[in-house]
Design a protein around this ligand. Structure first.
Ligand SMILES: [Fe+2]
Ligand SMILES: [Fe+2]
Length: 232
């Protein structure tokens, strides 16, 4: 991600801490209705997460969510690269694919930061089960990568809409977590070298989770904006 893109994203994430601005930003895509393919796959994806990690948001569930959340972006990057190999002579399509590829690279870095920081918190709190919180997400990620790759090849729309649903779920889970644990999170400092390296300096877990919640909202909205940019 370029320095300029990073700065623009960070500025937006800060702005979205304002509840009025956030509601306004979210409203543009709050009522977006994905197609049937994304809805069925989204239902299975979110449903399996609830089944394995419970309905309530928790550190351990977030770690699993973040392992999975990175995957579509990496998968899209590979899929767009594959498609560009065949479609380089169609400039319009090439621009559209390059834009998605750029978004996916920015989001990958951002999601990587989420998973590394969450892993550090889980390590400290010892909320990491080897099977449930490490092996399951890892195996699922491998399967998910190729599912999304094929889905993107068959229907770019379904792939982006599925991501919209997943990011929407993540956004609401983080919002819930902040609401339920606000006071405690405000009193909990964050220790992560990766976070400093990334360029974010939250003073507490509350600020950290606020910023992650906002990241997911940006990812959610942008997934649909990518689709609509094609129509424009
Ligand atoms: Fe994330
Ligand atoms: Fe995300």
């Amino acid at each position: 991600m370029s320095e300029e893109q990073f700065k623009a994203h960070e500025a937006l994430v800060k702005e979205l801490n304002d509840p009025t601005l956030r509601a306004e930003y979210a409203r543009a895509y709050d009522n977006y209705k994905p197609g049937i393919v994304a809805r069925v796959l989204g239902y299975i994806l979110v449903g399996s997460g609830t089944l394995v990690y419970g309905k309530k948001p928790s550190y351990a569930k977030f770690k699993a969510i973040e392992v999975i959340a990175r995957i579509p972006y990496q998968s899209w990057e590979v899929a767009t690269y594959t498609l560009l190999t065949a479609l380089y002579s169609n400039e319009e399509r090439a621009i559209e694919l390059t834009k998605t590829s750029q978004f996916s690279r920015e989001a990958q870095d951002n999601e990587t930061m989420h998973v590394v920081v969450l892993a550090q918190i889980c390590k400290r709190l010892k909320c990491n089960g080897l099977f449930r919180h490490t092996l399951i997400p890892l195996v699922f990620a491998l399967f998910y990568f190729w599912t999304i790759y094929i889905l993107y090849m068959l229907s770019r729309r379904a792939a982006l809409e599925l991501n919209y649903l997943f990011e929407n779920h993540a956004y609401h889970q983080y919002s819930q977590f902040l609401k339920d644990n606000g006071e405690r999170l405000r009193d909990t400092p964050v220790y992560s070298d990766f976070l400093v390296y990334y360029g974010r300096n939250p003073r507490s877990e509350y600020e950290l989770f606020e910023s992650i919640r906002n990241d997911e909202l940006v990812h959610r909205n942008r997934s649909i904006r990518e689709l609509q940019a094609k129509k424009a």
